[in-house]
Design a protein around this ligand. Structure first.
Ligand code: NOJ
Length: 599
């Protein structure tokens, strides 16, 4: 059995646009209950609600020293590009010292920068550069597990009475019916095989939900929690503005670690619902988060939409927002690519709107370093429709309820990689799965496995940023990037996009600017006007008298679309084809056309 990963995605003139002015303000958690007078449409305003976040996967962003691996100096050299795009917050995927079993999500030293990425001085310089440009930085907090090379684990595995033994989960094996030693329970790792690794030094197994080199931390040990809180303070005191928290609901384990029952098919759901999850998050909030003007966004592996308010309702003092994977993973069943219908997709947003109230806040994202490219998954990456469909998707992200997240390169319409053979992959998930399913159990042929990876592999989004049409797309001056550059970089690159006023990049910049000055797109109510239509996604965002109508044609066919309920489209604000068809009840939409109207 393989567990499903991650559930395996003012309206008065007095609105304070804190995104623009960045005046430090106490968070809701700091200030206790918000005063009613400050509320906008019932929401407590805050900079992280008004922000647009841009995710950097540092290994693939920009190399500055020719070793083929992106680094912090490289990021520093590209900050103007991000400032011009208009994003307010950068989320940096792990930059810490790591042996890279899982590209930095296995941390060896939380207070040291990964050697390949540079030094702490480079980090400080990058952070200063970000602040100078009026942006903020959140860093990845990966504390469900460490690297097996972390000092705590090295100590822990030494002996049963080592003071660090209880920082991790160690258990004796069980004797199976055949008299052979078996792991303590039937948990399977997200990256294939048992979630337990036998360690001959002490004749016990340790728990690892992810790779063998990612042992799980024991949060039930108060010393572990204190260590984590100290690490958080270290980075916040340096000036970072918060954290994206890796698989954070997994921190509280099931008491006694019993076997999963046959009914418990979704291991993620069991792992995410340990009895102390909320207690530990509240402790983290009390001890650390509430003391800073920060933002926290949790990766909500295993959490259903219905459970979300438990983590993000501001009266509970846990996290600000979480990533829910319902939309981003609509195209997969387990690890397999499946087709999806627009009506299902729309229903997800309606359900989010229903479940998340005025005390909650949502995230809007359709890609990241664990998912394939935005335009290849949700748009049409053919030559004809790549640009309009990528623009449509950016329009969706910037007009939906919640904080939008852009993954690096999606603002260029970067596409999935045309993988042909297994030696082109780097990701441990793809490689372990191959060993297990193709070579071990023979449940799938190599061809079918690669075909599925072409749609699903995490490496699709990890190929280097395409900066220009020079060799290796300007990502590295070295001869070999750590992962191959997508061969389409001559046509799809940042130099071209920045220079072309009509590019996806410049269109996205205009969208971000529009969102920043349009409270209705941030705090407004949401209503899907035509939930059943197979190709059209049309909705209203309303704040007092301000009303915006957004319409997308999610198909390559032109559609003459009559607006429902006697509505007429108002005044064109923006559109990805630039047409102007205002004050009309029937819209003539081209393939993948997207428009925003002010009603
Ligand atoms: C989720 C991260 O996003 C992913 O990249 C990583 O492999 C796992 N957590 C384990 O840390």
């Amino acid at each position: 059995m393989t567990p499903r990963f991650l559930g395996p995605f003012l309206f008065t003139a007095t609105l304070s646009l804190s995104v623009i002015f960045w005046a430090p303000r106490p968070s809701a958690a700091q200030s206790g209950q918000p005063s009613r007078a400050r509320l906008i449409n019932g929401y407590e305003p805050s900079w992280w609600k008004e922000a647009v976040v841009y995710q950097i996967y540092p290994r693939s962003f920009q190399d500055s020293n020719g070793d083929g691996i992106g680094d912090l100096k490289g990021i520093n050299s590209r900050l103007d590009y991000l400032q011009k795009l208009g994003v307010n917050v950068i989320w940096l995927s792990p930059h810490y010292d790591s042996p890279n079993a899982d590209n930095g999500y296995d941390i060896r030293d939380y207070r040291k920068v990964m050697t390949e990425f540079g030094t702490m001085a480079d980090f400080d310089e990058m952070l200063a550069g970000i602040k100078k440009r009026h942006m903020r930085l959140i860093v990845d907090l990966v504390v469900n597990h460490t690297s097996d090379e972390h000092r705590w684990f090295v100590e822990s595995r030494e002996s049963k009475d080592n003071p660090y033994r209880d920082y991790y989960f160690w258990r004796p094996g069980k004797v199976g019916p055949d008299g052979k030693m078996q792991p303590p329970n039937n948990y399977m790792s997200v990256f294939s095989g048992s979630a337990w690794q036998f360690d001959p030094a002490t004749n016990e197994y340790y728990l690892h939900y992810f790779a063998v080199k990612q042992p799980d931390l024991n949060w039930d040990n108060p010393r572990v929690r204190k260590e984590v809180f100290d690490i958080m303070r270290f980075w916040l005191d340096k000036g970072v503005d918060g954290f994206r928290m890796d698989v954070i609901p997994f921190i509280s384990k099931q008491p006694g670690l019993p076997d999963l029952t046959p009914e418990q098919k979704d291991a993620g759901a069991v792992w995410a619902n340990g009895p102390h999850r909320d207690e530990y998050l509240q402790e983290m909030n009390r001890e650390v988060l509430s003391k800073y003007d920060d933002m926290s966004v949790g990766e909500a592996a295993g959490i259903t939409l219905g459970q979300e308010p438990m983590l993000v309702d501001d009266r509970r003092h846990e996290l600000n927002e979480i990533f829910n994977f319902d939309a981003v993973r609509i195209n997969r069943a387990g690890k397999h690519y499946v087709s999806w219908a627009l009506s299902q997709f729309k229903a997800i947003y309606t359900e989010h709107d229903r479940v998340l109230g005025k005390h909650d806040w949502d995230t809007v994202f359709l890609s990241n370093h664990d998912n394939p490219r935005l335009v290849s998954s949700f748009g049409d990456d053919s030559e004809q429709f790549r640009v309009p469909s990528a623009k449509l998707l950016e329009t969706l992200l910037m007009t939906m309820r919640g904080t939008p997240y852009i993954y690096q390169g999606d603002e260029l319409g970067m596409t999935n990689y045309p993988f042909k053979s297994m030696d082109e992959f780097n990701d441990i998930e793809a490689l372990n799965g191959y060993r297990d399913e193709v070579q071990g159990q023979h449940t799938v042929t190599e061809e079918a496995y690669i075909e599925n990876l072409r749609h699903m592999s995490r490496d699709n989004s990890r190929t280097p940023m395409q900066w220009d049409d020079s060799p290796n797309a300007g990502f590295t001056s070295g001869s070999k990037p750590w992962l191959a550059v997508n061969p389409n970089y001559k046509a799809i690159n940042a130099a071209q996009a920045v220079a072309d006023p009509d590019s996806i990049y410049n269109y996205t910049a205009r969208l971000i600017a529009l969102r920043a000055k349009t409270p209705a797109l941030i705090y407004g109510d949401y209503k899907d006007l035509d939930p059943q239509h197979a190709h059209i996604f049309v909705y209203l965002r309303t704040l007092g008298n301000e009303k915006y109508l957004v319409v997308h044609n999610f198909s390559s066919e032109p559609i003459a679309y009559k607006l429902p309920a006697g509505l007429k489209a108002g005044k064109t604000v923006m559109g990805n084809y630039g047409g102007d068809e205002s004050a009309t009840a029937t819209l003539h939409l081209k393939g993948w056309e997207s428009r925003i109207y002010k009603q």
